[in-house]
Design a protein. Sequence first.
Length: 314
Amino acid sequence: MSQNKQPRSPILSILFTLGILVTLAGLFFVFGGSELLNQKNESAKKSIHESIDKNLTNLAEPIIEKVVQPFRVPDLSSVPNDKYGDSILRGKDYLEHTFEKLPQFVGAKNNCTNCHLNSGTTQFAGPWIGVVARFPQYRSRSGKIDTLTDRVNDCFERSLNGRRLPEKSSEMTDIISYMTWLSKGYAIGQDIQGSGMPKIVLDRLPDLKAGRVIYESKCASCHQSNGQGLYTDDGHVAFPALWGSKSFNIGAGMARLQTAAGFVKKNMPIGQGGSLSDDEAWDVAGYFTQQNRPDFKNKKKDWPKGDRPKDARY
Ligand code: HEC
Ligand code: HEC
């Protein structure tokens, strides 16, 4: 009958040993061992907390002081040679040839860069340097927090008298890629030298007769006496239209006297920025902004909180 006394199988003996080990470990925890381990955990936790606290304190201190940041234009050679770089360059192309490349979204015969000079890299001409860090932002005209794509679409609808580009379109992505590339290195919440359009505010109505004289002598050679601009034989903008059906509509920032006067004073006649006096810029801006131009159908929705600026056209 000795054959019945089978030796234990190796698997069973391993399980048996494991069982004993688990029981021992359990006893170790119950009697004091767990206390020891807990202490170790606590001190590890404490040191993690201390280092997080230290990092938080560092963040609370101003890493970059609130000073006006210098204006830096990145070199085109720094556009990466990859898919992102391709998107940046397509975006730049849309902004420079907007009415030709995106005709379904543009009613005017002008381009974004006719106002945002040198592809959005000129100070005091609405540069896009650092613009990505300025949005989202509250805007009184819309009465809400606007994203950068909202702002881009405002200029599509108003400055180019067109339609809103779908937010998820590849064209919008490319435009944002270009603006992101121009904004590299700028922190959120910093002012940048020469951003935005300068404004002139004089405490008088513009003298439209004087404005007309200045227009004829200093502007008409390029923008034409009838304000209709000049186009090359192959249809590119040589000098953008300043009024009429090819121009921005009454909802555009450039249709406002203070903005138009500031832009003209700093940038026009092109290449001779700063040559007009404030009074001349005010009068000539009064003259061209008040000419006939397309209406803006959603104008009733502007400044919903009632804080309409004085120089708005409606
Ligand atoms: C007729 C002139 C004009 C044209 C054309 C124009 N814009 Fe603008 N744009 C402005 C003015 C004026 C502002 C307001 C600047 C300010 O508030 O100081 C502005 C502001 C912007 C801003 C916000 C800039 C900032 O610093 O906050 C963006 C982004 C922008 N435009 C994009 C575009 C795009 C994209 C196009 C083409 C679809 C375009 N703009 C065409 C005049 C123009
Ligand atoms: C030597 C030619 C020339 C003269 C003179 C000139 N401009 Fe311009 N202006 C331009 C060019 C070119 C642009 C577009 C810039 C670009 O695309 O880089 C422009 C753009 C503009 C714009 C932006 C318009 C838009 O809708 O895109 C305004 C406004 C403007 N000029 C007003 C004036 C006024 C006012 C005067 C006279 C005080 C004037 N300009 C004189 C060449 C000229």
